[in-house]
Design a protein around this ligand. Sequence first.
Ligand code: B3K
Ligand code: ZN
Length: 882
Amino acid sequence: MKENNAPKTIRLSEYRAPDYLIDETHLDVRIFSDYTDVTAQLHIRKNTQTAVATSLELVGADLELLEIKVNAEPVPESLYSIADETLTMNNVPGQFILTLVTRIDPKRNTSLEGLYVSKGMYCTQCEAEGFRKITYYLDRPDVMARFTTRIEADKSSYPVLLSNGNPVEKGDLDAGRHFVKWEDPFKKPCYLFALVAGDLSVVEDRFVTSSGREVSLQIFVEPQDLDKCDHAMDSLKRSMKWDENVYGREYDLDIYMIVAVSHFNMGAMENKGLNIFNTSCVLASAETTTDAGFQRVESVIAHEYFHNWSGNRVTCRDWFQLSLKEGFTVFRDQQFSADMGSETVNRIDDVNFLKTVQFAEDSGPMSHPIRPDSYIEINNFYTTTVYEKGAEVVRMIRRLVGVDGFRKGSDLYFERHDGQAVTCDDFVQAMEDANQIDLSQFRLWYSQSGTPCLQVSSEFSASSETFTLTFKQETPATPGQPEKKPLHIPVAIGLVDSTGNDLPLELEGGTRIDPDNPVLELKQPTETFVFRNIKEKPVASLLRGFSAPVRLQYPQSREALAFLMAHDRDGFNRWSASQQLVVSVLEDMIAGFQNNESVQPDSVLVDAFRTLLTDSSLDLAMVAKMLELPTEQFLAELLPKPTQVDAIHQSREALKQALASSLSTEMTSVLDRYPLHTEYHYRDQDVSERSLRNTCMYYLMSLEQDDVVERCLNQFKQACNMTDQLSAFKALVHSSRSEKSQVIEQFYQRWSNESLVVDQWFMVQASAPQADTLERVKELMNHTAFDMTSPNKIRALIGAFCNNNPVNFHNEDGSGYAFLADQIIALNKLNPQVASRMAVIMTRWANFDQARAGLIKQQLSRVQSEPLSPDVYEVVTKALKS
Ligand code: B3K
Ligand code: ZN
């Protein structure tokens, strides 16, 4: 582990092109049981365009250097030195072959970066800077080389040996060993390098590209998971077709391989031709995977596939440009999912996530622009800001240039930069050039952090038949950026008349607004738009489709919200109106809670929900979404600070119960109308039915009446799929009914061999609202199924408790904070990346009352007094500085 108390800050302003380039990289990786030896032959030449240095500096971490040669001649010790993870060589020739032999210890590599072992299988993770744990290298994305990789290992333990590109040679060796040699015809940065050695089974299929080339598709998994690959394979084929149709992008190698591993720091990795996936993002079966799990597999498979163009063919010049590939690729996978299912439901889920997680990040001490200016540890910047806000920025560009203009822009971008390592600016430039449009003010979205707040007021004048909208934008100060400039913000709108129709939009002065894409473009701190020929007072529907990642503040009456909920042409805003209505009702209840009064929910909400439950003409998926109460985390982010942890929890529970009792007849008839499926299909109608039934079950279970508990127990026993079983399991475990301990035991006994289901088992228990949950979590950490070296298990148990259980995690006795600090300290040694993700939770201390904030800071200081990895150091230091 890199340990240092004041690690260096890296700045975008200090970027310099590399002094040396590597044209070819030939690796020979020999795996032995106690160590692995890596021979790297690097064809290096001076970068004549830029080079100023005469010394070559390669980076490496946790390596033992066994040999070093220049053009086959050993280099004397006097001519090189190793310090601070840097191998420096003086007076190297202008062009030469450097041979390095390094010894590494993958079995003891618990950081899951570089080459490591997961359940007996060797695999790699090199993005962002893991390749330096394999050999000394120019470990930066603007150095692109052609790779060959020879892998050698014991044949019976590691029959499958994989790397990027195509296999070109293989054979048996002495002592039961064998080798395979791979060749990748495409130049690539080392972060896209991958290697796998293991005893794996494979599912195979094929895809014929639009130009008629046949691609062999292979998914490698442990033998017991062979029956869980169909959905991933099908998603892959649909992604390949979609990228041809929508972006005109064809796959470029003869093989596309996916390997599923259980120990993985994130979802998956787009290594050229050899994606490595967390099992949770590949495996899916009706019995073991929920609908949400199926959806996740589909979108991650698509995401990694789309990276082949947005990321691999055109890559990033430096890591500050991460959003160039991630924001764009998230946008692409969101478009894909929207095309595969309901566009509106997908948009709702994406925005909900953005507003809960990214808005919180952007208002805390780790706030950064989608293209950060500086970092200590780049792994800390794989954030919802770079990914999800980055995708919103791409989405706004598409709205500004139109669908066809966006395609022209992306064609130009791919054509102009194929095979290059480029910047976010190059992307925007291509959009500008292809559309002859000026995006100079828009570029601020890349450099300015913080969530803009958009305050809107409106006025109707019957006498002049005008409707006036005034927008005031303001972005709050964020660390390092005290002053903010006004942004270029597209606001999609509609003015809805009393019959639910959109009025034609005509601005005073005569400008007509495109009825197919009604967007107001804000550029000034304050802007007013006067619409004319408005004969009756309309209801304004603003920020349709969530056209910009801003906080919209437009006070509307509950009646107006209920009206939009029922009539808005824009499905996203129908949902948004329902959320606003619920929030406004909850605000009353929270105020009541603080005054020890019990407040009943407004009948406007109850009636609106009754309509949702009874009007059979409505879209089921939308009904289910609109009935879902906002999570406590969403509410905490939205409502004024300090966050009223207990009031939010109690009021939300009270609202759930009140709605359940007022609407119990309607909810019960939903359960009758949509009985349990006897066969599982992952298709829209079935997913919506399950979702609606389980939402109603969740409401009704809050009353804990015998008949519903009975129904829920039956569902738990009879469900033919994990969606229904897990919903019932969760409803029971989160209740105070005595049946739950038996249910917990039964669920584990049934699924103890399915690691991903055991993750769900941990998660449900860790998010239970009961007061003894922390004790239970501590107990579960000693359970045989728990594994502190598995990020999935850590997220399922520790992560779920700290993120999804606010009322227990924020217990005012500070026990939750002390628990988390203990885990961060332990994980900091084992897996700095995961430790740092956990530390981020503590950066939100300023959102809480003084007592809680003090307790969190105490724990942060305790963590800070440890010898820390740069990952945790950066988060903890920034948190305490604010
Ligand atoms: N590019 C990888 C993420 C790598 C994270 C490194 N800490 C997965 C993805 O975004 O597709
Ligand atoms: Zn990605």
